[in-house]
Ligand binder design. Structure first.
Ligand code: PA5
Ligand code: NI
Length: 185
């Protein structure tokens, strides 16, 4: 038989996924400022907020196919609010997702369809099962890059509109080095 080199390598320590078919998307402050309670005019529009590596093979509409991902969320804050991903429901609510912590410290904020929010702590080696019907967002609460791996079905899709219409009811701030959670009443 033939023995092949792997097509992709995931450097778990340094937080890089490399290889053919790996896509990289970068989120800059200009496209993220509306996530925050109080946008910070002093933060440059080209500040890198987070970067997502994703990799899959084959037909993305084929049930059973998987995506592999890595999110690297920078330790930036916006008027004391911790940096976070945009957050989404899956378009296909039958599709669950695994997240796993690879470095840094943070929270995985989740929201049920009825609006109830809850969170899990994220750190090196933490593993998170995200139910298909639950919206999810990563928040960097530490002072270094938060690195989180992910695996989910290619047919899951990302529904961002639903989050714009019904935002997460909790926000996370760091004030004088203390985490402060503000929840909708
Ligand atoms: O599929 C996922 O849940 C992740 O790969 C996210 O897409 C990633 O963390 C970036 O978050 P968002 O898509 O909400 O901007
Ligand atoms: Ni997801």
């Amino acid at each position: 038989m033939e023995i092949f080199d792997p097509r992709v390598q995931h450097d778990f320590v340094n937080g890089i996924v490399e290889g053919k078919d790996v896509k990289i998307s970068k989120k800059y402050y200009r496209d993220a400022k509306h996530f925050y309670l109080n946008p910070d005019a002093s933060l440059a529009d080209d500040t890198l907020m987070y970067q997502v590596y994703s990799y899959s093979e084959g037909n993305s509409e084929q049930v059973g196919n998987l995506n592999w991902g890595l999110t690297v969320l920078k330790p930036v804050s916006v008027n004391q609010e911790c940096n976070m991903t945009r957050g989404h429901f899956h378009e296909n609510l039958d599709c669950a997702e695994f997240y796993f912590g690879l470095g840094g410290e943070g929270l995985l904020l989740m929201m049920k369809e009825d609006g109830t929010c809850f969170a899990e702590k994220v750190f090196l080696n933490s593993l998170h099962h995200i139910d298909g019907s639950v919206a999810h967002r990563l928040i960097n609460t530490g002072n270094e890059d938060l690195k989180v791996g992910a695996c989910w079905p290619t047919i899951a899709g990302h529904d961002y509109e639903r989050i714009e219409k019904h935002p997460f009811g909790a926000r996370v701030f760091k004030k004088d080095d203390e985490l402060v959670i503000e929840e909708d009443k």
